[in-house]
Design a protein around this ligand. Structure first.
Ligand SMILES: Nc1nc2c(ncn2[C@@H]2O[C@H](COP(=O)(O)OP(=O)(O)O)[C@@H](O)[C@H]2O)c(=O)[nH]1
Ligand SMILES: *[C@@H]1O[C@H](CO)[C@@H](O)[C@H](O)[C@H]1NC(C)=O
Ligand SMILES: *[C@@H]1O[C@H](CO)[C@@H](O)[C@H](O)[C@H]1NC(C)=O
Ligand SMILES: *[C@@H]1O[C@H](CO)[C@@H](O)[C@H](O)[C@H]1NC(C)=O
Ligand SMILES: [Mg+2]
Length: 467
């Protein structure tokens, strides 16, 4: 145990993030990563001579690795969160011009829309929804569980090899809560700025008896923050870089309310690199593909939508994809109709549009993705009996979760010959991007329903990929 004590001293700040129970696990990361990188300070069985950690060059280098964590305003949905990931990846790329920074993937959970009963939807790793190795080909990322425990050390070593990183210590964390300026834009003039300011809203973190901050850390009760500061920020994501590099000394920094920051360069090359790297998890794509084949007579060969899991090699020519012989529909309801928005159609209006599109494009089948409540679904079925939907059994749902089912719905809409979505829905926007990646003619993608009485029904913008 003397070894542990020694390591405990050198790793001290890490403990603040971790319960005693997790300490051993951290130690594990310590050991495993050193095994991969500095075999010379290790004995045959990989046991680490703790006494050397404070002085060895490996340890010194390792201290330079810093971790960026983030979270988003709780009411925000899955698809806006995917957009915030792009902003954070961009910030990490900027930070990496100055040092080794790694983005920690915030576990999914407690999302307002994920309401399927009796399914535990918290602490969900990104690998359930996305191909993490694809993300890693864009920027170094680690799952939260790996960050705190090093349980998937093989992945860690992979990242390490690719980015020549050392994962030796997880250190103390500062939580920075981002907010707008209380006074708004002064003189109506837009300028980019960041300042430490008193918290505008009630702080969602509180100090415990030991003086550490407790709050929502993705459902990990043992995680605590060392210090919480409110920052008023106005501007693109990378305006935070100087502050993170120069003013904040802790190894790990968490940005809460990260959606406050804007894209560094919306729809630029870096944006698209990150977006393209957000490849859906293979099991979800397979389920979607099987569904297409079985119910929609749709296969990649016939539809000219052959996919390459290596996104860096997927560069489809615009207009090259044909799509399966069906109309893809995303019909967003719930909170989109509760506000009586004038850009969302009635069910009757939507069905009328669907029928006219099927006729125009000579499509006999229609796939409908929707979050409509049961009552509305019944009504929709009465008006459009031939519609095809992806309806998981409870067992499937338990496995895929609401997020997985949403992705399968998006994947199927992505492969349709023609797609129509809902105004201002980020769920629909993500489908646009996915179709753009596959090389669909923009005319078949950037379409939305119009409200029954909407006057200027402006259609979605075409954002071209920058490779
Ligand atoms: N499976 C499925 N879920 C949907 C659909 N439309 C909405 N949802 C759910 O409702 C959430 C909508 O929130 P969000 O992702 O923020 O998209 P937005 O609110 O439409 O911009 C999604 O994340 C899904 O959980 C759909 O067509 N299919
Ligand atoms: C960061 O540090 C610089 C230089 O020390 C200082 O001028 C600036 O006000 C600091 N920024 C914040 C937000 O504290
Ligand atoms: C907490 O953060 C503030 C602002 O960044 C800093 O001034 C203060 O020294 C920090 N406190 C501790 C205990 O680290
Ligand atoms: C399925 O698609 C193929 C190729 O596009 C076509 O030849 C075939 O007739 C279709 N089958 C049905 C049942 O629609
Ligand atoms: Mg939303």
């Amino acid at each position: 145990m003397w070894e542990m004590a020694a390591v405990r001293r050198t790793l001290h700040p890490a403990l603040l993030w971790l319960s005693p129970g997790k300490f051993l696990a951290v130690l594990n990361v310590f050991l495993l990563t050193l095994t991969a990188v500095r075999a010379d300070v290790l004995s045959e069985d990989g046991a680490f001579r703790a006494g050397q950690s404070a002085t060895s060059p490996a340890a010194a280098v390792a201290r330079d690795v810093r971790y960026l964590l983030y979270d988003v305003n709780p009411p925000e949905g899955f698809n806006l969160r995917r957009d915030v990931y792009i902003r954070m990846a961009s910030l990490v790329k900027t930070l990496r011009n100055h040092g080794d920074w790694v983005l920690v993937l915030p576990p999914w959970g407690r999302l307002y829309h994920w309401q399927s009963p009796d399914i535990h939807q918290v602490r969900i790793p990104w690998s359930e929804f996305f191909s993490v190795s694809s993300l890693q080909a864009n920027v170094p990322v680690v799952e939260y569980e790996e960050f705190i425990a090093g349980e998937h050390s093989a992945t860690l070593r992979d990242v390490q090899r690719r980015f020549q990183l050392l994962y030796v210590e997880q250190a103390s964390a500062s939580v920075l809560v981002l907010q707008n300026y209380a006074e708004g834009w002064t003189d109506g003039k837009w300028e980019e700025k960041v300042d430490e300011r008193p918290c505008v809203e009630r702080l969602m973190y509180s100090r415990d008896k030991q003086g550490y901050y407790r709050g929502w850390f993705w459902g990990y009760e043992e995680t605590r923050g060392l210090n919480v500061t409110c920052l008023s920020a106005q501007g693109h994501a990378s305006i935070l870089a100087p502050l993170l590099l120069n003013n904040i000394t802790s190894t790990s920094v968490m940005l809460d309310r990260a959606e406050t920051l804007l894209h560094d360069h919306y729809a630029g090359k870096d944006y698209w690199d990150t977006r393209r790297s957000m490849v859906f998890a293979k099991h979800l794509r397979i389920i979607g593909d099987e569904f297409r084949a079985k119910y929609l007579n749709s296969t990649d060969e016939d539809d000219r939508t052959v996919y390459n899991e290596d996104w860096t090699r997927l560069k489809a020519k615009l207009g090259s994809a044909k799509g399966g012989p069906y109309l893809g529909v995303h019909l967003r309801r719930k909170d989109f109709i509760w506000g009586h928005r004038e850009d969302v159609p009635s069910l009757k209006g939507a069905v009328k549009k669907i029928r006219s599109l099927m006729k125009k494009y000579k499509l006999e089948r229609v796939f409908v993705a929707t979050d409509a409540v049961e009552e509305e679904l019944e009504e929709l079925k009465r008006m459009l009996p031939e519609m095809v939907r992806f309806e998981p059994t409870w067992e499937d749902l338990e496995l895929l979760k609401d997020g997985g089912v949403a992705i399968i719905d998006q994947w199927i809409c992505t492969h349709a010959r023609y797609f129509i979505g809902t105004a201002l829905s980020t769920f629909s926007f993500r489908i646009h991007e996915e179709r753009e990646i596959l090389g669909f003619d923009p005319k078949t993608t950037y379409n939305r329903f119009c409200g029954d009485n909407e006057k200027d029904c402006e259609q979605p913008t075409h954002w071209k990929i920058v490779y």
